[in-house]
Design a binder for this molecule. Structure first.
Ligand code: SF4
Length: 178
């Protein structure tokens, strides 16, 4: 594959195939990909304004069966410190966040063996009905994979964004290593 041509196509906002994306991922230095990403960004937002929002990380549960070896957060099902965040706790945290100018909740948690799709759909519905303006940035790729496994299906609820912060867990190597 011609790397330069692929990068040029990306710069022209053309979609690349999975194979082409993998080729770039495996062969192009990160700094070069960053330069392309920045060029694309500047095409769309040339005014050089960077903005941000205030959000709050809230854990849905600390119960997890993934057993990542580096994790000091999770508790096994049945552990005395295991918890599932309650509605009242969400309300308290959300209202505190809003008082401080926050507008988004980043929801993530462990891979609970009993919390399937309906739990998250109900949770998102409840939070959105109580706080319609609140943005839900919910569930990382590993959680979605876990829920999908529980449900043996390929779709999940109505989050407004997927957390990227734990995408690295998809990489098996560090999970096994640490
Ligand atoms: S999936 Fe998350 S909570 Fe579970 S063990 Fe791994 S890092 Fe910890």
């Amino acid at each position: 594959m011609q790397t330069d041509q692929l990068l040029q196509r990306a710069l022209n906002f053309e979609f690349l195939s999975i194979e082409e994306g993998m080729h770039l991922f495996e062969t192009v230095p990160t700094t070069e990909l960053m330069a392309v990403a920045r060029a694309l960004r500047m095409k769309q937002r040339p005014e050089k304004i960077v903005s941000w929002i205030i959000d709050r990380n809230v854990n849905t549960t600390n119960v997890c069966i993934a057993n990542c070896k580096f994790c000091n957060f999770f508790r096994k099902p049945g552990h005395a410190d295991a918890y599932i965040t309650t509605s009242d706790q969400y309300k308290e945290k959300i209202e505190e966040t809003c008082r401080l100018g926050g507008e988004q909740l980043l929801l993530q948690g462990g891979h609970h063996p009993d919390l399937g799709l309906s739990f998250y759909v109900d949770l998102f519905k409840e939070l959105k009905s109580l706080y319609p303006d609140l943005k839900l940035h919910s569930l990382g790729p590993p959680e979605i994979a876990h829920i999908t496994k529980l449900e043996k299906s390929t779709h999940t609820g109505s989050s407004e964004g997927i957390n990227g912060c734990r995408g690295w867990i998809h990489c098996r190597e560090p999970v096994r290593k640490y």
